[in-house]
Ligand binder design. Structure first.
Ligand SMILES: C[S@@+](CC[C@H](N)C(=O)[O-])C[C@H]1O[C@@H](n2cnc3c(N)ncnc32)[C@H](O)[C@@H]1O
Length: 319
């Protein structure tokens, strides 16, 4: 199923008003082109540069957006390199940058990509699929080679999993018994064996959900990519340009919130509104994936056209 229902489209479009003023904009997570399609349809002067590191997503986006072929282009790259747009000779800045983080429904439903704890596939989880320069190792490599301390840290830091240590210990024991984990199904089965049934019942969601999230974040270096991408985006926005970030878990949302607050304190712009926007009940009913979404918007007040501007002086902000 090559489908993905874009999340919080109305809220994104509302934030982009006045639509006539949307000129060159960046969709940092093009996916299947859902948000980009709506923006091109509603904003008559929009020209979108869409980043995606996944070759399958790019191919489908190209097809889905074929009617707008004059008004968009695809950058086959990790969004952490977004600042490279400044090197284009005609570059004058972006009126908006949109991030819709995480994986698309297509990536999840294709079990051979290894993202899903529901289907069975190889323990891959590389978003750039072929393993280009962006991610050189797979989830299997992590599970086969990490120490108990490293696994615990990955599960705790990237999955916020309460039973990180117990699961890490179970994986190491399994390895010591000469068993190797090759598929997502085997990992799910092992996690189910490690965690006592009452613990699994208490967990609410699927017992492997947070472990899969943690492994995906580690394989794709998602946290550092996002840090670099947010800083880079601020440097390519025009004054009054808007950065819109939709995140799906607290780790990402915290990073976005902290950065926006820090930038505001430094006089680089404003988080508008101050708090995150969440989907309507109606949207959650129609698209379950949207339930955890949070949209944050930052309006830049930096003049990026001048050399030595404040954004150029931006340093790494600890999250
Ligand atoms: C949630 S989907 C976006 C869906 C899109 N907004 C739509 O409506 O079709 C996220 C997309 O971002 C891509 N992605 C995630 N992290 C990325 C990164 N660091 N660089 C480039 N693309 C990334 C994924 O491959 C995926 O296709």
């Amino acid at each position: 199923m090559k489908e993905h229902i874009p999340v919080m489209v109305n809220e994104v479009l509302e934030a982009l008003r006045p639509w006539e003023d949307v000129g060159t904009a960046v969709d940092a997570t093009l996916g299947l082109g859902g948000h980009t399609g709506y923006i091109l349809n509603n904003c008559p002067n929009a020209y979108i540069i869409g980043f995606d590191q996944d070759p399958y997503a790019r191919k489908i986006a190209q097809e889905n957006l074929s009617q707008y072929s004059e008004r968009f282009e695809i950058e086959a790259d990790n969004f952490r390199h977004i600042e490279k747009l400044k090197e284009r000779p005609q570059w004058t800045g972006a009126t908006a940058v949109l991030f819709d983080l995480g994986v698309s429904n297509m990536q999840i439903t294709e079990s051979e990509r290894g993202f899903s704890f529901q289907g069975d596939g190889p323990l891959n989880m590389r978003m750039d699929a072929a393993g280009s320069s962006n991610s050189t190792f797979t989830a299997k490599d992590i599970l086969d080679n990490s120490s108990i301390k490293e696994l615990t840290e990955i599960f705790r830091n990237y999955g916020e999993e309460r039973y990180s240590y117990e699961i890490a210990r179970g994986i190491i024991r399994n390895r010591e018994q000469g068993e190797s984990l090759n598929t997502t199904g085997e990992l799910v089965e092992l996690i189910r064996k490690i965690l006592p049934a009452p613990v699994q019942r208490k967990m609410g969601g699927h017992p492997a959900r947070k472990i899969f999230q943690a492994l995906r974040i580690a394989v794709n270096d998602e946290i550092r990519s996002l840090e670099e991408a947010l800083d880079g985006s601020l440097k390519i926005l025009k004054p009054d340009g808007k950065m819109l970030v939709i995140s799906y878990h607290s780790l990402e949302d915290r990073m976005v919130k902290t950065r926006f607050r820090k930038w505001q304190e430094e006089g680089l712009g404003k988080a508008k509104p101050r708090k995150a926007i969440t989907p309507t009940e109606n949207e959650i009913e129609n698209n379950y994936k949207s339930r955890s979404a949070k949209l944050r918007i930052f309006v830049s007040e930096i003049n990026t056209s001048k050399k030595g501007d404040k954004a150029d002086a931006l340093h790494r902000i600890p999250t």
